[in-house]
Design a binder for this molecule. Structure first.
Ligand code: 26W
Length: 809
């Protein structure tokens, strides 16, 4: 961005307040200030953007369409200032006006259009794509309500709506002139035209897809890509006859039914349910996007047969997989291509990332539901299925068990993963371990058939948001020490290794961490009313609540420490503040019960004069991107403790590493690669490995019961879940959790290996607090973590996607 004078900025803000809000700097509310400031930033972005949109008409470079049901973008003002290289001048202009940028940025709603890792990954990717100067569009849904807001009432999670668009979104631009029609239901009809049979839908319901574009600015390079989010609109105006005859409600009903499609984000993370509305949403945004892509190519005068040269479509998990038959349908029915030509295109342009191996997360749509909602797309799917089955038979013969397992359609269901495996040109996992599990286990039969399709691209995070923006103290310290080249090449962070044993540097690092901890303590005091000690170890687990992520293991360990203290054996325990932040899917009862358990235990410990000297528990309400940005810089210990084999990658592990926290973790997901990069002495690995877990699943897990019988200390802790010592007037409240640990679900005791891994977890913790008390050791390890974190930049990750899969340039 060319340099902008601060006087000019001050002038622009004043003028914007007058022109848009008929107010002045003196009278403006904070909200008006936020909006006016953002509008001035937006103007600078839009000038660049307009130029690039203009150029795009002639741009023949291959473009990526990153399709995702979720984009967890978070706040944009600070991010846009940073990437536009305007932070300094804006800060100083605002200071002159007596305004604090930090205060103002707190006004912006946190755009929570995603659940967790997959949605945040998509947002990090958008940042890197623009920064690396690739032409890319993020394509998704403009949910009117983001992920629910979490309130904790008497320890329980309560879900509240998140109307993030209530006051409008400064950054988006509505483009009604580019709207498309999406058709649902109806029946298939045919007619003849110029000797060709044409297929169309009769009596279908039409919903309009209206695009809203949000600019995505590259870091310091003037590149502007965009996030195109589709909003559903009814093509009908309110029926005035009904309206004037008194049927007001009915008159608006139809309109509402159409517009409900982009109302709300499904809050289930890793647990799939075949809900009709979800299927409608998926078709709505994929059909809108496919129509747009084809229209755009034709506007550019490109022959559709050349599409693979110009277009790459990425499917972020199976949620957008209906794009595949939908693009086929458009090419066949609307563009008149022959099947083989259409399939030739489709089999080249799509690539698919898998983000989870949990069986309960795999999408399988009931055939009847699909057929009724999307009759023509269903026909196309049937043909894709038939042809795929022929191919499978060539490899596997008439092995029907295997065929049904691998088929696109079987037993009344459509397997979206099999659709992707059969038709995409590339399939990737998100960490080395995860990709191996896909190859050897979950997708092994497809891997045998088409090994060349399978790639690994280990996840990454954008350092711009997760270091520069959220931890300016550490960013400045690093930049002052090794220069700021790491902004362009994150591997340059390696230069910090030299300083790992430099006393002066280590002290500065410790000071940064301490200040960040003081800030977090102040925030927690304000939000939770609890005073925590910045000298205690900040031990953090923030992520979605899921049994496989094992917040329960963490909590049981805290309870164990509590028992030690109460029985007079806690002298060597170093003071800890255990921080949890997690949303549970509203229908996931056990996860919600674990939240209640954390809060109940927190209540007991925080109010126990003896125990609270040593340990405190904080549950941070409404965990999301913005809160993560406050917590991560202040963390000493990062909890990455999933049952091995279950966490595809994890990305918060990388954020903590970048911010100089030390990890306690299992050999799961990207933790495995973290250990390789930083060395085994600088990460605290514990617990069962993924192949051991797999074996236990095959042979049963009686050992958990034996541990319970033989380890009296652990037994006392577990028994305290049900003996009234936690919620004495609701004695059976946590019985379900206790039962699951000891007897399990489906006869497998302790299905997530909490009891099995407890001992090694506790021992490892002890080692950590001993190391923490030797700052020269601890800081050295922390600095080595930062120095070796460059690999986890989403810039590296995007370059790798490009080299292995997309080939945009
Ligand atoms: C309701 C169906 C459903 C199924 C799966 C909803 C959402 C999902 C996602 C795939 C869950 C998800 O976010 N997975 C996470 O993806 C991250 C980015 O790759 C990984 O780092 C996490 O390990 C993985 O759990």
């Amino acid at each position: 961005m060319d340099f902008i004078e601060k006087e000019h900025i001050k002038h622009e803000i004043g003028k914007t307040l007058q022109r848009n809000f008929a107010t002045t700097l003196q009278d403006a509310t904070k909200k008006q200030l936020y909006k006016a400031i953002s509008l001035t930033v937006r103007n600078h972005i839009n000038e660049l953007w307009a130029k690039q949109r203009d150029e795009a008409a002639d741009n023949q470079e291959k473009t990526l369409y990153y399709m995702s049901f979720e984009f967890l973008v978070g706040r944009l003002l600070n991010n846009n200032l940073l990437n536009m290289n305007l932070t300094k001048v804006y800060k100083s202009a605002l200071e002159d006006l007596g305004i604090s940028l930090d205060d103002i940025s707190e006004i912006e709603p946190d755009a929570g259009l995603g659940n967790g890792g997959l949605g945040r990954l998509a947002a990090c990717f958008m940042d890197s794509l623009a920064t690396l100067n690739f032409n890319a569009y993020g394509c998704g849904i403009r949910y009117e309500y983001g992920l629910f807001k979490q309130k904790i009432v008497e320890g329980y999670q309560i879900e509240m709506p998140d109307p993030w668009l209530e006051d409008g979104c400064i950054w988006e631009i509505e483009r009604p002139e580019e709207q498309v029609e999406v058709k649902f239901g109806g029946t298939i009809d045919t007619y003849w035209e110029k000797g060709k049979m044409k297929v169309y839908l009769k009596d279908a319901n039409t919903v309009l897809g209206v695009p809203y574009d949000i600019p995505v600015v590259g870091y310091n390079n003037g590149k502007v890509n965009m996030l195109r989010l589709w909003s559903a609109r009814s093509p009908q105006y309110i029926d005035m006859n009904l309206f004037s005859s008194g049927s007001y409600a009915k008159a608006v009903e139809e309109k509402e039914l159409a517009e409900v499609l982009s109302k709300v984000l499904y809050p289930e993370d890793n647990h799939y349910e075949g809900k009709l509305l979800r299927l409608k949403q998926q078709y709505f945004f994929t059909s809108s996007t496919m129509q747009w892509i084809v229209r755009d190519l034709k506007l550019k005068g490109i022959d559709l047969l050349d599409m693979p040269k110009y277009v790459q479509i990425h499917i972020n998990d199976t949620h957008p997989a209906i794009s595949i038959p939908e693009l086929m349908r458009i090419l066949l029915d609307e563009q008149g291509l022959a099947w083989d030509d259409a399939y030739g295109i489709v089999s080249k342009v799509f690539a698919y990332t898998n983000h989870t191996v949990l069986g309960e997360a795999l999408e399988r749509w009931p055939q009847t539901m699909f057929k009724e909602l999307l009759p023509r797309v269903y026909q196309v799917l049937e043909e894709l299925h038939r042809r795929n089955e022929e191919r499978l038979k060539k490899t596997y013969g008439e092995d029907w068990g295997k065929l049904n397992y691998m088929n696109i359609m079987a037993h009344g269901f459509i397997s979206m993963a099999n659709l992707c495996l059969a038709t995409c040109s590339a399939i990737n996992g998100v960490s080395a371990l995860h990709t191996n599990i896909l190859k050897d286990d979950v997708f092994k039969d497809y891997y045998k058939m088409t090994p060349y399709k399978f790639k690994n691209v280990t996840n990454g995070i954008t350092f711009r948001r997760w270091l520069n923006l959220s931890n300016p103290r550490l960013y400045n310290l690093i930049a002052d020490t090794i220069g700021d080249d790491f902004n362009k090449n994150p591997l340059e962070l390696k230069k910090l290794e030299k300083f790992a044993e430099d006393k002066a540097f280590a002290e500065k690092f410790a000071e940064v961490k301490h200040k960040n901890k003081e800030d977090l303590a102040a925030y927690i005091k304000k939000e939770n009313g609890i005073i925590i000690d910045p000298n205690s170890i900040f031990d953090v687990q923030i992520k979605r609540l899921h049994e496989y992520k094992r917040q329960l293991l963490n909590l049981i360990h805290v309870l164990y420490l509590y028992h030690q203290i109460k029985s007079g054996n806690g002298d060597d325990i170093y003071p800890h503040t255990f921080i949890f932040g997690a949303k549970a899917a509203p229908g996931y009862t056990r996860a919600k019960l674990i939240i209640k358990l954390i809060n109940s235990v927190a209540d007991i410990i925080n109010n126990d004069p003896l125990a609270s000297e040593k340990i405190k528990i904080i549950f941070v309400e409404n965990y999301g991107v913005t809160i993560a940005q406050k917590i991560i810089p202040a963390t000493d210990i990062s909890e990455q403790i999933s049952t091995a084999g279950k966490e595809a990658s994890g990305t918060s592990n990388m954020k903590f590493m970048l911010n100089g926290a030390l990890t306690i973790g299992t050999l799961d997901g990207a933790n495995v690669e973290m250990r390789e990069l930083v060395g085994k002495n600088n990460i605290y690995i514990f617990g069962l490995k993924s192949d051991e877990v797999k074996r236990i699943y095959q042979t049963g897990n009686q050992e958990s019961k034996q541990i319970y019988s033989s380890n009296s200390t652990l037994r006392a802790v577990l028994d305290s879940l049900i003996d009234g010592s936690i919620e004495n007037d609701k004695i059976s409240l946590f019985n379900e959790i206790y039962q699951s640990l000891l007897f399990g679900d489906n006869n497998l005791p302790d299905p997530y290996m909490v009891i099995r891994d407890f001992d090694s977890y506790a021992t490892t913790h002890k080692k950590m607090w001993n190391d923490y008390q030797k700052p020269e050791i601890w800081n050295k390890k922390a600095i080595l973590n930062i120095a070796n974190c460059g690999h986890f930049s989403s810039d590296r990750c995007i370059e790798e996607y490009n080299a292995k899969i997309w080939r945009l340039r």
